[in-house]
Design a protein around this ligand. Structure first.
Ligand SMILES: [Zn+2]
Length: 476
C-alpha cells in the first residue's frame, strides 16, 4: 500500500546585473516596449555577443551558495528553435557543461530535515515577451526582456510532496536574495518555476510517465499544481491506465492543470556550440575569491540568532527567512538591547502591517532606530503598551519619529498619582456593585474597574499604577 511522489523543479531566475548578458542594454523591468534593446538583443546578422563578466560572477555566487561544484571551463551553446519572441532562432544556453553541478539544499518540511540535490545550474539568456493586446489584431512583441541574464536551477527528483516543494522554493528564494543576485519577484517574472512530476506504486513498482507543468506564477500555484497532479497520477495507477508523457498548464482560476501537448519524444533543439562566444574560464583562485565574498547564509544566521540573542528557534526561523527582515531585527536589537522584545514587535505588529498593506520590507518607512526609540518611550513610562501600538501604526504609515507622534497627539501616559487617584475615586463611586463584588471576594471585579479607569483616561493611564491605586483605595 503506498505511492511515492517524485518531483523535480526547474527554476529560471533573472540575475540582477545592470546590463544584459551579451550587450550593454539595461535589464530594468518595465519601460516602453522595445526601448531596452539593440541589434545584439535581436540577434541581427553581424552582431557579436560579448559575455558580461558580472553575469558569470553572479551565477557562480548562486552555484556556490547552493553547494555546487563549479566547472573551471564551460561553454555556451545554441538551443535552436523559432518563436516570435526569439527572432534569432536560437537561445544561448549551457547544455554540455553547466557552470555548476552536483549541489544541494537542505530543507525542513513536515517537521523533518531533508536534502534536495541540485543536478545543475547553468547560465542562459531570456527571450522577449509576446503581448496579447485586445486593441490590436494578433499579438505584439516586446524585446526588452530578450538577453536578460538567467540561471536555470534543475533539481534531482528528490522532492516528494507539495510541502517539500514549497519549503525548497522559500529557502532558495531567501538564499538568492541573501547573496543579492536576484530579487526573485515572481509577479515580475524574475523567478519562474516548472514542475516535473511522476508517481510510483511502491508495491507493483509501476510508475507514471513524467508530466511537466508550466505557467506557475506563485509558490501557491506550485503547491496546488503538485497536489492536483499527484492525485491525477495516483488515479491513473489505481485504474491501471497507461500514462503518456505530457506538458500541462496550470490554470489558477479552475484550480487544475490542462493539457498543452503530449511529448512523443523530446524536442530536438539541435544544440551546437556558438563560435562567436568564447568559453567561460574560471580558475580555482577566482572560485575561492567569489566564495569568500558570500555573506552569511540563512542557516548560519539562524544558528547565530539563537546563540547570540537567545531567541527561540521559531523566532530565529521567521526572522532569518528574509534577509531584509533579519537585518531590521538585528539593527534594532543592537540599539535597544532586549532582543526578544524586538523580535515580538517585528514578528507581530511589523509583519502584520507589512502583510496588510502588501509592501516589501525594503520599502517600509519605519526604521530600526525608530522602533528602538518607541520601545524606550514605553520603558520610561511615557506611553502605555496600548498607546505604543497606536504610535507604531502611525510610524508605519508616515515614517515619523515616535517622539513627534506622541507630542502631536498629546499622548502622554498619566503617571501622576494625584490625578489618577481623582479619576479612580470617581470610577469607584460610579460602580458600587463592582466594589461590593470585589470586597465580597470576587477578584474579577478588579479587572472590570481597571478597564473602566483605562476607558475614562482614553487608555492613557499607566496600568501598573492604576492597579496599585485601585487596590489601595478599595481597601481603605
Ligand atoms: Zn542589447
Amino acid at each position: 500500500m503506498g505511492y511515492k511522489t517524485m518531483v523535480g523543479l526547474e527554476i529560471h531566475c533573472e540575475l540582477l546585473t545592470k546590463s544584459k548578458i551579451f550587450c550593454g542594454c539595461t535589464t530594468e523591468f518595465g519601460g516602453q516596449p522595445n526601448t531596452h534593446c539593440c541589434p545584439t538583443c535581436a540577434g541581427l546578422p553581424g552582431e557579436l555577443p560579448r559575455l558580461n563578466k558580472g553575469v558569470v560572477e553572479y551565477a557562480a555566487k548562486a552555484c556556490l551558495a547552493l553547494n555546487c561544484e563549479i566547472a573551471n571551463s564551460s561553454s555556451m551553446e545554441r538551443k535552436s528553435y523559432y518563436y516570435a519572441d526569439l527572432p534569432k532562432g536560437y537561445q544561448l544556453s549551457q547544455l554540455f557543461v553547466p557552470l555548476g553541478a552536483r549541489g544541494y539544499l537542505d530543507i525542513q518540511a513536515n517537521g523533518q530535515d531533508k536534502r534536495i540535490r541540485i543536478r545543475r545550474i547553468h547560465m542562459e539568456e531570456d527571450v522577449g515577451k509576446l503581448v496579447h493586446d485586445q486593441s490590436h489584431d494578433g499579438s505584439l512583441v516586446d524585446y526588452n526582456r530578450s538577453g536578460v541574464p538567467l540561471i536555470e536551477i534543475v533539481t534531482e527528483p528528490d522532492i516528494s510532496s507539495a510541502q517539500e516543494a514549497e519549503a525548497f522554493l522559500t529557502k532558495l528564494k531567501a538564499i538568492l536574495q541573501y547573496i543579492g543576485v536576484s530579487d526573485c519577484k515572481m509577479e515580475e517574472g524574475s523567478l519562474r518555476c516548472d514542475v516535473n512530476i511522476t508517481v510510483k506504486d511502491t508495491q507493483t513498482g509501476k510508475a507514471t510517465k513524467i508530466t511537466e507543468v508550466k505557467n506557475l506564477n506563485s509558490f501557491k500555484a506550485v503547491y496546488k499544481a503538485i497536489e492536483y497532479e499527484e492525485a491525477r497520477h495516483r488515479k491513473i495507477l489505481e485504474e491501471g491506465r497507461l500514462s503518456t508523457k505530457q506538458t500541462r498548464r496550470w490554470n489558477d482560476d479552475l484550480g487544475k492543470t490542462t493539457m498543452m501537448r503530449t511529448k512523443g519524444e523530446s524536442q530536438d533543439y539541435r544544440f551546437f556550440s556558438d563560435a562567436s562566444v568564447l568559453s567561460v574560464e574560471i580558475d580555482d583562485e577566482e572560485i575561492q575569491r567569489i566564495k569568500a565574498s558570500l555573506p552569511e547564509m540563512p542557516d548560519a544566521k539562524y544558528k547565530r540568532f539563537i546563540e547570540e540573542y537567545g531567541l527561540p528557534e521559531y523566532d530565529a526561523g521567521v526572522l532569518t527567512g528574509s534577509k531584509d527582515l533579519s537585518e531590521f531585527f538585528e539593527d534594532c536589537a543592537k540599539i535597544y538591547g532586549d532582543a526578544k522584545t524586538v523580535s515580538n514587535w517585528v514578528m507581530g505588529d511589523l509583519l502584520r502591517l507589512i502583510k496588510e498593506k502588501d509592501v516589501e520590507i525594503r520599502d517600509i518607512k519605519i526604521t530600526p532606530q525608530q522602533l528602538a526609540s518607541l520601545l524606550e518611550y514605553m520603558d520610561k513610562g511615557t506611553i502605555s503598551g496600548a498607546m505604543a501600538k497606536k504610535v507604531f501604526e502611525e510610524m508605519f504609515e508616515s515614517g515619523k519619529d515616535p517622539g513627534v507622534i506622541i507630542k502631536e497627539r498629546g499622548m502622554v501616559q498619566i503617571s501622576d498619582e494625584g490625578k489618577l487617584r481623582e479619576i479612580i475615586e470617581e470610577v469607584i463611586a460610579q460602580n458600587p456593585k463592582s466594589v461590593e463584588d470585589y470586597k465580597g471576594g470576587k477578584k474579577k471585579a478588579l479587572g472590570f474597574l481597571v478597564g473602566q479607569t483605562m476607558k475614562a483616561t482614553k487608555g492613557s493611564a499607566n496600568p501598573q499604577l492604576v492597579n496599585k491605586l485601585l487596590k489601595e483605595l478599595l481597601q481603605s
